[in-house]
Design a binder for this molecule. Sequence first.
Ligand code: ADP
Length: 395
Amino acid sequence: MMMDAIAVLNAGSSSIKASLFAQTGDALALTVRGQVEAIHTAPRFIAKNAAGETLSTHAWNDATPLGHAGALDYILTFLHDRLDGLHLRGIGHRVVHGGLAYSRPVRVDAQVLSDLEQFIPLAPLHQPHNLTPIRLMLERRPDLLQVACFDTAFHRAQPEVAQMFALPKELHDAGVRRYGFHGLSYEYNASVLPRLDPKAAKGRSVILHLGNGASMCALSEGRSVASTMGFTAVDGLPMGTRCGNLDPGVILYLMDQRGMDARAIEGLIYNQSGLLGVSGISSDMRELLASGEPRAGLAVDLYVYRIARELGSLAAALGGLDALVFTGGIGENSAVIRQRICRDAAWLGVVLDEQANQTGGPRISTAVSPTAAWVIPTNEELMIARHTLQTLPIV
Ligand code: ADP
């Protein structure tokens, strides 16, 4: 008998990642994961199996840029060859912004796609790229079910005050509000926490998603009640190249006194700020930690400081804290960043187990620590595959 399968696509500005999950009942098992990186410059493809062993690599030597369409074609052909004995039931796509209307995964047709295009100005780094493979697949394989899964959806049930800016209410009603992002990562983490820490899962936790993009989410009983990102994914923590929280007066100053227009400011706050802007060296945390330059140290200091302050704010929104959860590239891999954040969180009852932190946990707080600290590797692709499976029509 043929086994069913779900494919997941996560398309960014310069890469497309794809995964294939085989389905047995409600269980989904990763069979292969591949990605084309640097699609506009020096494209290269790598695919690995579930054990992390390399199955296939490819590099393009000619000068023709591959672009999203070319990268998608390559990935689809690769996936098709791996489908041997599997029946593809649908494709799940990561879409950063679902706006006001989309608070759960949705089957995409031409109308939904056109709705989602309205959110491009709210997520200029991500949304256009997320939508490109959906558009191409609707043209090429209209028979195949496609599901959009949103990074905003997990936050849509936050209390109204947590979603509000103190702007005239009419703007709030028109959708100018705090949405929050990284929801697929938070939802995955919230699905793992009950096994590790049932008390915290039923109580109050803060998840720190620290990757190139970074945000934090306060959860009560597994549901999002507040987050550091707002209307767009440039808000909140400093990130690789994004500035995070910024006094809106700075934007006015840049316009009036420096003559910058919206595009120039967009470039500044999305691409030239954060760890890169402060250090002047790199957006990559590994490089900054390895550098002896004072400006690299300053960028890391500011990063940790701002996380510590936001943690206080989110703990206040929760009225206390039972657990901290680290995830994302930095959260999962950097013992020193976790150590510094936990040290700053001592007043919230976090007692770090240095040894466990060095070896990566999962529990990195001591047995007597009043507030627990955990490391949970995120898995947004699996979350998308689960949603896609649940959105498929029952056959
Ligand atoms: P994305 O948000 O693009 O998915 P990741 O979640 O992979 O990115 O996170 C990338 C970040 O993780 C980079 O800043 C990288 O330097 C950092 N990182 C990865 N491994 C380590 C490590 N061992 N120590 C410190 N930082 C690390």
